[in-house]
Design a protein around this ligand. Structure first.
Ligand code: ADP
Ligand code: MG
Length: 565
């Protein structure tokens, strides 16, 4: 196992541990340090003759004069059967390896014990021999008789037809045939009648169920997402397309289950309202047999059942979203035990809010990590990516409800990916979500109708997008600088907008203000926003003049996601 160390001040010493016990060099363990240069080293741990007793979590901890850091390796038995071993029939996982197994009637024919072939049972000595003709089949065999002979009930022996019986017996046979045909007609009659009755019953049940569904669909929906009287009309109008929400959840989650033992958790990447996201490695998650970097979302250690339910709800939304460049890719889940994990693609650049804040002139000191500041064009590309992702989300009937820079991930080449579906809801067929539970809400990103009536629609996501544009232009400032949430609620419900940043051109601010139309219907859709941003991008003019950016006017608050109404 190798730990690559890069440390300034230079590393003082390194220790290796298995679970909690310190490993020192012995006949089985060999530790060595390979110095690449004064601040870069490789620490190696070699174990000879590995056995199952060596399975476990190995930690390599390195110290310098400031502190220490740690990396882990895990030795465990993996399920080799899941990486396409060359078994053509069955595979059994064994410690450190796998064994191919053959079905009955098949056996290995090659030396490597991987390929099973059909055995010719007709010539196998232990097979029950057929009296006359034996035909080999795949995995089995069949006995038959020559002309003039009939197979006996034991399926092996043949009887000469001449011996089948005298005239008296034939008369009895005739009689039994008549009885049989009479019985046959009765059976057919009874079956047909029964079948007809069943079909009628099914038709009646379908008819009744349809009527009940038509009457109850929005009621059923209300039990999950209750609706407000003012919006009842639009709810009832669209109720015909309604998904049977709850019954889908449990069935579908099971299909994405990823074996927990093939997951290695790493450092924390971030946390928000209730969850935390960790970096992790997943073995063979995309079927290539490798460890791949993923991000894992889970509840915090102390999560209550209710928060776990929220995570399952988030998982249910994520698995409905088709793959899209601007939406974080969902990869699978671990739900069979606690804690529940949601697995998604790891996005290297982290969240957009932190990225924008790191790009501020004051953060560009000699000691800060190197970060290429975005050009005005990059900022417009970011805005376009988010709009495209949102347009796709809305096409799938999902509203996000927490659209903000902290919930957008960014790759090093400025591709934006929408994440955090913790508040998202599938509103297909109803288009409106009324929140009934209490919990922190992203007040500074919320439209007046959400603040007043707790109503969330695609148009309230558009409002949040306007605020997100403002965040992008101000390099991650907290919306409504210097105001408390109460003042924000007061201003927004009275129709006041965020002010135009000095360095933002009128055309771009105009797009923000269209997103903040007081009438939800007057706000553009995300499809329209995509066209608008594309057209802004195609023009040469600079809509964001970063050289005149006045950083001191745009404060940054931490933890705005914990604000409550
Ligand atoms: P919460 O619901 O708790 O707000 P989020 O899903 O918003 O959790 O994630 C919290 C933070 O974790 C994000 O702001 C981001 O910094 C980081 N994060 C989330 N998902 C990923 C990911 N797929 N790749 C990299 N970092 C991520
Ligand atoms: Mg979040």
């Amino acid at each position: 196992m190798k730990c690559h160390i890069w440390s300034y001040p230079h590393p003082s010493y390194t220790v290796w541990k298995l679970e909690d016990s310190l490993l020192s060099s012995s006949s089985r363990y060999k530790t060595e340090i390979m110095g690449l240069n004064p601040i870069e080293q490789d620490s190696l741990l070699t174990i000879s003759s590995i056995t199952t007793d060596d399975f476990g979590v190995y930690a390599c901890r390195v110290y310098n004069t400031i502190g220490s850091a740690m990396a882990i390796h895990i030795i465990q038995d993996v399920n080799e059967c899941s990486y396409n071993p060359p078994c053509n029939q069955g595979c059994k996982n064994s410690i450190g390896s796998y064994i191919c197994v053959c079905n009955d009637g098949y056996a290995f024919t090659n030396e490597s014990l991987t390929y099973c072939e059909d055995i010719n049972e007709c010539i196998k000595p232990e097979t029950q021999t057929c009296a006359q003709i034996c035909t080999n089949l795949n995995g089995s065999f069949l006995c038959s008789c020559k002309d003039g002979y009939t197979i006996e009930s034991n399926n092996y022996d043949c009887k000469n037809n001449m011996d089948l019986g005298s005239g008296e017996e034939r008369e009895t046979d005739q009689l039994s045939m008549e009885i049989t045909s009479e019985t046959l007609y009765t059976v057919i009659g009874v079956c047909a009648g029964g079948l007809l009755a069943i079909v009628l019953l099914i038709l009646t049940a379908i008819y009744c169920r349809r009527r009940t569904l038509q009457e109850d669909e929005c009621d059923g929906f209300k039990s999950v997402f209750s609706t407000n009287v003012a919006y009842e009309q639009s709810v009832v109008k669209d109720a015909g397309n309604l998904n049977c929400y709850l019954s889908n959840i449990n069935n579908s989650i099971l299909k994405d289950e990823f074996p927990r033992q093939r997951l290695q958790l790493g450092i924390d990447l971030g946390h928000g309202r209730f969850g935390k996201v960790m970096m992790a490695r997943a073995l063979n998650i995309s079927g290539h047999g490798n460890w791949e970097m993923v991000a894992v979302k889970t509840c915090r250690g102390s999560a209550s059942d209710c928060e776990k339910e929220d995570l399952i709800q988030e998982l249910d939304v994520m698995r409905k979203i088709p793959k899209h460049e601007n939406i974080v890719l969902y990869l699978g889940c671990c739900t069979k035990q606690d804690p529940v994990y949601i697995l998604m693609e790891y996005v290297k650049g982290g969240n957009l809010q932190s990225y924008l804040r790191k790009c501020r002139p004051s953060q560009q000191t000699a000691t800060s990590e190197e970060i290429s500041p975005p050009s005005a064009k990059d900022l417009k590309m970011i805005s376009l990516g988010v709009a495209r992702g949102m347009s796709n989300l809305h096409t799938c009937g999902i509203i996000h409800r927490d659209l903000s820079a902290r919930n957008i991930l960014i790759t090093p080449n400025f591709t934006c990916k929408i994440c955090d579906f913790g508040l998202s809801r599938d509103v297909e067929g109803c288009d409106v979500y009324e929140r009934t539970s209490k919990g922190p809400l992203p007040i500074r990103w919320m439209a007046p109708e959400s603040l007043n009536d707790q109503m969330f629609t695609k148009k309230t996501d558009v409002w949040s997008y306007g605020v997100l544009l403002w965040e992008i232009v101000t390099l991650g400032a907290t919306p409504y600088p210097g105001m408390t949430v109460r003042e924000v609620i007061q201003d927004v419900t009275m129709g006041k907008w965020l002010q135009k940043p000095f360095h933002c051109k009128q055309e771009l601010y105009l797009l923000m203000t269209r997103c903040w139309g007081s009438e939800p219907a007057s706000r553009p859709t995300f499809k329209e926003i995509v066209c608008d941003v594309e057209s802004l991008l195609s023009q040469e003019a600079e809509y964001i003049e970063l050289n005149t950016y006045q950083e001191d006017k745009y404060n940054m608050l931490e933890n705005t996601s914990d604000e409550r109404v």
